[in-house]
Design a binder for this molecule. Structure first.
Ligand code: 13P
Length: 256
């Protein structure tokens, strides 16, 4: 595969943590720590209620704000849901789609992932699509099968051009919030498999340009080992993105 330079992305997923006040304090502490870090893109996904505070606090910095979910319709009678154009208006540039917690607890399926992906692309939001196998699937040797079907389910309807802005996040469910990080080699192997899926579906060029982030217990202490793998183009960080010093240390993995 040709060595296309892929710009690293370090993304934080705050999940259901942080009020608006917490968000303002986070940015006040975090931005000075990463002011000189221009080797990667930085994304933070706060909860919906803190989006405006995050967009405001991140204005003028290199940090892009993402939402954690969206609905696939541009508007409608869908109580409790948020549409892509609303996220754009709020200042979001990206959106997480298909996080395993949404698949596990909120009925997200490959079909809804595909619908949400289409809505995000139509609104000009950069999708960060999450895939990953459960512990049971890994133990049964079904990891490739799961990743293949999640990949196909999410991207079947897209052209290579539509596929090009997408970030893929490989998050093995057994590594999320467990402290049990995938080894760099194991993560790289899954990324290679996903890149091969991209190549067979969208061609060599699209696959070589695809950025695949690893997520699951990424910490300041393991990020540099992960990023040393050519296949790993960044990280999607949960718990360790909540503290400004720890997330800054992850962003600055080259100095670690
Ligand atoms: P942790 O980093 O807390 O394991 O969470 C990973 C994750 O789910 C990011 O989306």
């Amino acid at each position: 595969m040709p060595a296309t330079p892929r710009r690293p992305v370090i993304a934080g997923n705050w999940k259901m943590f942080k009020t608006q006040a917490d968000t303002r304090s986070f940015f006040a502490a975090f931005l000075p720590l990463v002011a000189a870090a221009d080797h990667c893109e930085i994304v933070i996904a706060p909860p919906f209620t803190a989006l405006a505070a995050a967009v405001d606090a991140a204005r003028g910095s290199r940090v892009a704000i993402a939402a954690q979910n969206l609905h696939w319709e541009p508007q409608g009678a869908f109580t409790g849901e948020i549409a892509a154009p609303m996220l754009v208006e709020a200042g979001c540039r990206a959106v997480l789609i298909g996080h395993s917690e949404r698949r596990q607890f909120f009925g997200e399926t490959d079909a809804t992932v595909a619908q949400k992906l289409a809505a995000a692309l139509a609104a000009g939001l950069q999708p960060i699509v999450c895939v990953g196998e459960s512990l049971e699937a890994r133990e049964q040797g079904r990891t490739d099968e799961i990743l293949r079907s999640q990949f196909a389910g999410a991207f079947a309807a897209l052209t290579a051009r539509e596929f090009s802005p997408i970030l893929l996040a490989y998050e093995p469910v057994w590594a999320i919030g467990t402290g049990r990080t995938a080894t760099p080699q194991l993560a790289a192997e899954a990324h290679r498999f996903l890149r091969a899926q991209a190549e067979s579906r969208f061609g060599r060029e699209a696959a070589a340009a695809l950025r695949i982030l690893y997520g699951g217990s990424v910490k300041p202490g393991n990020i540099s080992g992960l990023m040393a793998e050519e296949e790993i183009d960044g990280a999607l960080v949960g718990g360790a993105s909540l503290d400004p010093a720890s997330f800054a240390a992850i962003v600055k993995y080259r100095e670690g």
